[in-house]
Design a protein around this ligand. Structure first.
Ligand SMILES: CC[C@@H](C(=O)O)C(=O)SCCNC(=O)CCNC(=O)[C@H](O)C(C)(C)COP(=O)(O)OP(=O)(O)OC[C@H]1O[C@@H](n2cnc3c(N)ncnc32)[C@H](O)[C@@H]1OP(=O)(O)O
Length: 254
């Protein structure tokens, strides 16, 4: 099993469990995420949902390049990109608040997943970045659409995307991407973040969540995220992208 699902004390936790692969997303993790969302979407008992990763090195390193490098054309890449885009839209529109608990680094699609969540609770040693540009692609799971939709300053977040750099926790807090930075133990970090919210009835959190996402349907956010996936698919088939992935994988196989 490459993921864990736990529902305890009204908190539903999805943990990507591939620490040796820096919690990269493959088809099996996608299936897990689908079943997690199916389980909690209509469960009124769940007050908060949490997405995290095993270990302290990575929250998620994005798409599993060793699996997805076999996609050579836009047509081959698009089903995977659209499937993840659909999942990120579901995460963003869950009826309860969703917390990305960044136990470690989030890059590429990992950064997109964290952006889809309502809050990013980040270890002081974690880092994050939309590094897709270094692979000659854009984000392809709807993550930059979500980033620019949710976050304040367009100039700051266009730069975050375009530099394709990894920011440290302090920088992530400064630009407003990280909601809360914790030191030390991950569970203590989560509990500390939730401490001032937990005594409020879950129906109140759900009502605020509704307010937060009410414009998504009117502005057809899902279609806009899908357009991002299509744009990424076009870049996916470029020679520069295939070369960048081959270079990453050749380091792995050395
Ligand atoms: C596909 C969709 C697209 C999107 O829409 O956004 C993407 O997500 S593109 C993918 C973008 N992700 C990357 O390019 C990440 C690449 N990984 C890294 O930069 C680093 O691994 C790290 C996340 C910064 C962690 O560095 P470090 O702690 O030094 O670990 P290693 O680099 O030694 O990795 C350990 C191990 O894991 C393998 N690995 C890591 N990430 C991936 C990945 N995304 N896909 C496949 N494999 C990955 C890495 O190759 C190492 O393997 P071994 O050498 O066999 O131990």
């Amino acid at each position: 099993m490459v993921y864990k699902i736990e529902i305890k004390h009204q908190i539903a936790i999805f943990t990507i469990d591939r620490p040796e692969m820096r919690n990269a997303i493959n088809n099996e993790v996608m299936e897990g995420l689908e079943s997690f969302l199916d389980q909690i979407e209509h469960d009124k008992e769940v007050a908060f949902a949490v997405i995290t990763g095993t270990g302290n090195k990575a929250f998620c390193s994005g798409g599993d390049l060793s699996e997805f490098h076999s996609f050579m054309t836009a047509q081959e890449a698009l089903p995977m990109l659209s499937r993840m885009t659909g999942l990120l839209y579901r995460i963003a529109t869950l009826p309860m608040p969703v917390i990305a608990l960044l136990n470690g680094t989030a890059v590429g699609g990992g950064c997109e997943i964290a952006t889809a969540c309502d809050y990013r609770v980040v270890s002081s040693t974690a880092r994050a970045g939309f590094i897709q540009g270094t692979l000659n692609i854009t984000s392809g799971w709807g993550g930059s659409t979500l980033l620019l939709e949710k976050m304040g300053r367009q100039d700051v977040f266009m730069r975050f995307l375009s530099e394709a750099k990894i920011y440290n926790a302090q920088e992530l807090e400064l630009i407003g991407w990280a909601t809360h930075i914790y030191e030390g133990d991950i569970q203590d970090g989560l509990q500390h973040f939730l401490a001032d919210m937990k005594h409020i009835h879950p129906s109140v959190h759900r009502a605020y969540k509704k307010v937060a996402i009410r414009s998504y349907e009117i502005t057809d956010l899902k279609s806009r995220m899908m357009e991002e996936a299509e744009q990424c698919a076009i870049l996916w088939e470029s020679e520069a992208h295939h070369q960048a992935v081959a270079s990453f994988l050749s380091k792995k196989n050395r």
